[in-house]
Design a protein around this ligand. Structure first.
Ligand code: PLP
Length: 367
């Protein structure tokens, strides 16, 4: 069997034991709380992972793009929620084709023109589509404002014969990485109370809203305790990353609820006084955060970006010798954009490569 240390570097390595431990942990947690899990697959873009999430009880998956939705549906995944608005005919016509194969797919909407455009294309195809109102509960990205604007949008959806209002999607992206559990607790409760007030107002206006979909890896254990939340959209918990480890958990300064399962494998290609150079630089890691990757299982070493193909290891007080030709595993700074840089994931058990999974068949569009 092929050993992972013989793979060409840089490449993505998934430790299956840690990964499955993460899936089991989340699955047990939501089952105990009697809340559903519709995990976000923007993190992994990988049907094999979505299938494993569903096999452990997830009610479906979230996707961020029409291309992700197509890849998942081609692999037989159902129960999709598309969490970003689809605007313009090129995307809407693909959405209609998708609906034919996956009629229970739901799409978020956040404005009246979008509802009208969606109603037209879905009606023309003789179909029905479930929709959730995308609510801006503080992230200031997409989403209609809570309260009256959301009520007007709900009325418009109710007047659209081919659309079915299923509920609210209220992602508090500004809270997911708030540092310190108590801070996250307060911020998330405040944000979700806006969604609950809106849900009540819409119900009073006669709308049935069975779904309130919220949450992230940072708030899964906060939001699942809030009465009225029906499902959690966490994504990063499957892989974990440096960013999430920094936010702290309910009991620890480091967020250790889930283990770092996905790493980039790199080779030491140069060694000189106090430093080593690896073959993984700006093209191997996401660079959207003010920090870089961190070595898995080695302390006393600091990574610095040193170019497109190079990373510098400052050997402050390494917990093991680092020599030329060594292969080292790095935790990702931010998992979602990091995964998007690669085409496949090498799955390992111990030292063995036991499987290789495709991240995204790009033929339907790059993202
Ligand atoms: C709409 C939406 N829901 C859920 C998530 C999942 O969050 P996380 O990966 O932090 O668990 C994201 C992540 O960006 C998102 O954009």
């Amino acid at each position: 069997m092929k050993k992972f240390r013989d793979l060409p570097t840089p490449c993505l390595i998934l430790d299956l034991d840690r990964f499955e431990g993460n899936l089991d942990r989340m699955s047990r947690f939501v089952t105990e709380r009697a809340v559903a899990l519709r995990p976000h697959s923007k993190t992994h873009k990988c049907p094999q992972i979505a299938q494993r999430q569903i096999a452990r009880g997830a009610i479906g998956i979230c996707v961020a793009t029409i291309a992700e939705a197509e890849v998942m549906v081609r692999s037989g995944i159902q129960g999709l929620l598309i969490t970003a608005e689809l605007v313009g005919q090129p995307k809407l016509s693909r959405f209609v084709e998708l609906l034919k194969r996956a009629p229970n797919t739901m799409l978020v909407v956040d404005n009246i023109e979008g509802v009208s455009e969606l109603q037209t294309v879905v009606q023309r195809a003789g179909l029905q589509s479930g929709v959730l109102i995308d609510l801006d509960i503080g992230q200031n990205r997409t989403g209609i404002k809570p309260g009256e604007p959301a009520r007007e949008l709900a009325d418009t959806i109710a007047r659209s014969p081919n659309l079915r209002l299923k509920g609210l999607c209220a992602y508090a992206g500004h809270v997911a990485h708030a540092s310190g559990f108590e801070t996250r607790l307060q911020k998330s409760r405040d944000a979700i109370s806006l969604a609950l007030e809106t849900r009540d107002r819409l119900r009073q206006a006669g709308h049935d809203l069975p779904i309130l979909s919220v949450g992230s890896t940072g708030t899964y254990n906060i939001d699942s305790d809030i009465a009225g939340v029906t499902e959690i959209q966490a994504g990063s918990y499957v892989f974990m990353d440096v960013e999430y480890r920094q936010i702290g958990s309910a009991s620890d300064n480091v967020y250790t609820d889930f283990s770092p399962a996905l790493t980039v494998l790199a080779t030491v290609i140069h060694r000189s006084q106090g430093k080593a150079i690896v073959d993984a630089g700006l093209k191997a890691f996401a660079t959207d955060r003010p920090f870089g990757p961190e070595l898995l299982d080695v302390t006393g070493v600091k990574y610095e970006f040193a170019g497109d193909e190079h990373g510098r290891l400052v050997l402050e007080n390494p917990s093991r010798p680092i020599n030329i030709g060594d292969t080292l595993r790095f935790m990702l700074p931010h998992c979602d954009p990091n995964v998007n840089l690669y085409d496949r994931i090498h799955c390992i058990q111990g030292d063995d490569v036991v499987d290789v999974w495709s991240i995204m068949d790009r033929s339907g569009g790059y993202f």
